[in-house]
Design a protein around this ligand. Structure first.
Ligand code: AHR
Length: 503
């Protein structure tokens, strides 16, 4: 039996939760947009062709900010193609995913969909094949009220009010050799700085994200962040982090401890940003936009799905349609714990992605939509994690992993909403064989009762929800949870993710 103990004290706060941490990502990739959020012939489609069942699921998931339209797609994207009368919009080859982009859905339509799911638009700019001028044009089109050619064009295209987009990504994964317009850190740092300065001359309200590394495994990780920030420190607000995890070579033990890697990744980027701050004698703090994170079986894409045939440029092919297991969802829940533990510096995050493409929500054309296993930790964490993250004093048994050495078997984070008089604790048990008994001392939070305790676990850690068996895996009430004299005791099954709420 594994044991762990946490003490929560409202005096020890990590930081306020920025709700943008519960963001997601919609890329023009595979069936994320077409046959995903948009399917005009579907029985639940609304007048604009958006699937009502998907809208309901996205609302239940609880996303806040949605990054759009890529991803790798954005580095070859001409935003002008996606606005104006639909019949005039060009069909373009998308080199990133070897597909055809019809531009049936563009900025206006996507923005209208966002209003239906109560989420904010976060736009990425093409700094792959384009530059400062096109970025300025896009911000003029989206954010200037009227009286200029592009703002008036937006109005003529049906959007009288500016879109008022605040969050902007200055390109995507520009460190990656696969990226159209891939650049060295020096070259990217210069163009990102020039673009940021120009955009701020147009609209000083913008919040700008400069590209960090596309993963902590990149050979340039660390030096990329340093060089890019040396060029852009005064011009931007955030540096991005991207991370995808998968079980490799049957090493479930290491995979379950992926959160340790995410913790280290975040802390390394914070350290690098703060060392540039010191070098520059700046008083400004750069925060993190963790704008791509998830479990992703990248090898399956490389070896099975990837299209390379010059004759083949399909519209909305089935790409990156990973089916997530219970183990994947437990890791996924632990990644959310890691993001929350760093709430003082992670101010925005985007689960990559939202529908069909490495997604918590799946759809079948003309058919059903369903929740993958990863849906549950996201929905519950977004609903319950409110207010402030507390520094939990965690004492846990440990175990060995090949990838990350000795790790805590139980990981956890807690949040408290002083105004609402509620608190929540999110926990993961990484043991493959043993239950964990966790005691959580909440006495310092006042007189709280147990509101809800739920757990995601299964005897088969590879069980998943599929079209044929859509509700195979779900959350179960954790009936072991009790509170006595300000101490919660809960038993966590092996390989499980849990949430406890108090109020
Ligand atoms: O989310 C899938 C892809 O992963 C994105 O397009 C890219 O930015 C990353 O490499």
């Amino acid at each position: 039996m594994v044991t762990a103990r946490l003490i929560l004290d409202p005096h020890f706060a990590v930081g306020a939760i920025n709700r943008r941490i519960f963001g997601s990502f919609v890329e023009h990739l595979g069936r994320c947009v077409y046959d995903g959020i948009y399917e005009p012939g579907h029985s639940t489609a609304d007048a604009e062709g958006f699937r009502g069942d998907v809208i309901d699921l996205v609302k239940e998931l609880g996303t806040t900010t949605i990054r759009y339209p890529g991803g790798n797609f954005v580095s070859g994207f001409k935003w002008e193609d996606s606005v104006g009368p639909r019949e005039d919009r060009p069909r373009r080859l998308d080199l990133a995913w070897h597909s055809t982009e019809t531009n049936e859905i563009g900025l206006h339509e996507f923005s209208s969909w966002l209003a239906k799911v109560d989420s904010e638009l976060m736009l990425a700019i093409n700094l792959g094949t384009r530059g400062v001028e096109e970025a300025l044009d896009l911000v003029e089109y989206t954010n200037i009220r009227s009286g200029s050619t592009l703002s008036d064009q937006r109005i003529a295209n049906g959007q009288v009010e500016p879109f008022g987009v605040t969050m902007w990504c200055l390109g995507n994964e520009m460190d990656g050799p696969w990226q159209l317009g891939h650049r060295s850190a020096e070259d990217y740092g210069k163009i990102a700085s020039q673009t940021a300065k120009a955009l701020r001359q147009l609209d000083e309200r913008l919040e700008l994200v400069v590209c960090g590394s596309s993963s902590a495994q990149m050979p340039t990780f660390g030096s990329w962040e340093r060089t890019v920030l040396q060029h852009t420190y005064d011009d931007v607000d955030y540096i991005s982090c991207h991370a995808y995890y998968e079980e490799r070579g049957g090493d479930l033990t290491s995979f379950l401890a992926s959160g340790v890697n995410m913790d280290h990744f975040i802390e390394s980027v914070v350290a690098t940003a703060d060392s540039v701050k010191a070098e520059l004698r700046s008083s400004k703090q750069i925060n993190i936009s963790f704008d791509e994170w998830n479990v992703w079986y990248i090898d399956r894409y490389q070896q099975v799905d990837r299209i390379t045939d010059i004759e083949e440029w399909p519209v909305a092919p089935r790409l990156l349609e990973d089916v997530y297991s219970v183990a994947d969802a437990v890791v996924f829940g632990s990644l959310l714990i890691s993001l929350l533990k760093h709430a003082d510096r992670v101010q925005s995050a985007s689960l990559a992605q939202l529908v069909n493409v490495i997604a918590p929500i799946m759809t079948e054309p003309g058919g059903d939509s369903w929740r993958q296993t990863t849906f549950f930790p996201f929905a519950v964490t977004s609903r319950l994690a409110r207010g402030t993250v507390l520094e939990v004093r965690l004492e846990s048994d440990t175990h060995e992993t090949k990838e990350y050495g000795t790790v805590a078997t139980v990981d956890a984070v807690a949040t408290v909403d002083a105004e609402a008089g509620t608190a929540a604790v999110f926990l993961v048990n990484r043991s493959e064989t043993e239950e964990a008994t966790v005691t959580i001392d909440v006495a310092a939070l006042g007189d709280l009762g147990l509101l809800e305790a739920s757990t995601l676990a299964d005897d088969d850690v590879y069980a998943a929800n599929t079209l044929a068996d859509q509700n195979r895996v779900g959350l179960s009430p954790n009936t072991s949870a009790v509170i006595v004299d300000g101490v919660v005791t809960i038993t966590l099954p092996a390989v499980s993710w849990s949430a406890v709420s108090l109020g």
